[in-house]
Ligand binder design. Structure first.
Ligand code: FMN
Length: 288
């Protein structure tokens, strides 16, 4: 192994152990190497980054902070009403391409995503919505998302989320018609101009599903970075046979979820809903 590369690698590891991106003082983003890379917006900036870190002089820039992810993660929220404005196909490709950078155990990259727009989006969404509204029997998710029953403390959080959303919409507890009509909006991808459908090879194990979550979040953060919003939709996975039929997929593909993507409708009240999070100390223990 090239000794300079080896030294560079070790230096990177040590520094990472000593300080996290959060604890390190942020550099002037205008002068940081990753800012220079970001100028290539619209291209796969990752390949530029690889070119930099693989330079002949070790790995300059390996420890450079990439602070934009904080803004993307903090402003990401599930958006359930969209403007009709279409998303340029190149922009959708750009966002989905960032998913390639998600990590996965042994680099298996278990993801497969179908990006739907235009007539296809309407056809797939319409077929699911029709089945939902007519109460067509025999549809079931390929996997269990939740335990049955859901137990505390998760049950309380789930209820708070549901009541919070329906409260924001002014839908009361016993208002089944309105709640059904609202649930049907899931199948219209909430009016978004783009809908993504995520599938995974049925033979893959839990570890690959763990990888998949990272892929999903990478795409949602990429959408934010480009000024778009999203909403992951397990609801789409409740009709896997319809999804497979409409997309011409074989039974070996499990439908994990859908995702609405587009520009947020700022005027729609539903987008005001922001469920609370448990505080840091309720989910993190720091052991020294
Ligand atoms: C995998 C996954 C599937 C989801 N499915 C749905 C869905 O079908 N419909 C919906 O309205 N929200 C769905 N959500 C959004 C969650 O309700 C939301 O992420 C959670 O309440 C936290 O709110 P936030 O995303 O606005 O921060 C889903 C989220 C995830 C991660």
């Amino acid at each position: 192994m090239d000794k300079r590369m080896d030294r560079g690698n070790q230096g990177g590891r040590e520094s990472r152990l000593q300080s996290t991106p959060e604890s390190r003082p942020q550099r002037d983003p205008g002068r940081s190497p990753e800012h220079a890379l970001d100028k290539g917006a619209g291209t796969d900036a990752g390949s530029d980054a690889e070119a930099v870190v693989a330079g002949a002089d070790g790995m300059p820039g390996l420890n450079a902070a990439a602070p934009e992810v904080f803004a993307a993660a903090r402003t990401r929220r599930s958006i359930r009403a969209y403007r009709p404005d279409p998303v340029p196909p190149a922009l959708l490709r750009d966002i989905v391409e960032l998913g390639r950078h998600a990590p996965s155990g042994s680099n298996l990259q278990p993801w497969r995503v179908h990006v739907l727009t235009g007539a296809t989006l309407l056809r797939v969404g319409g077929a699911i919505k029709a089945a939902f509204l007519s109460g067509e029997p025999g549809h079931r998710r390929d996997y269990d998302y939740y335990t049955d029953p859901v137990f505390e403390p998760y049950l309380g959080r789930r209820r708070a989320c549901g009541w919070g959303l329906y409260g924001t919409l002014g839908i009361g507890k016993g208002d089944h018609d309105q709640s059904r009509a609202y649930r049907a909006r899931n199948y219209e991808f909430f009016g978004a101009p783009a809908g993504l459908v995520f599938t995974i090879d049925r033979r893959l194990e839990k570890g690959s599903w763990l990888d998949y979550g990272m892929f999903l979040q990478t795409i949602m953060l990429a959408a934010r970075a480009r000024g778009l919003h999203s909403c992951a939709e397990a609801s789409i996975a409740s009709y896997p046979d319809i999804v497979r039929r409409e997309l011409g997929l074989g039974p070996e593909w499990v439908v994990i979820c859908g995702m609405a993507m587009g520009y947020a409708d700022e005027a729609n009240v539903v987008n005001r809903f922001q469920p609370e999070r448990i505080p840091l100390d309720d989910y993190a223990s720091f052991h020294d």
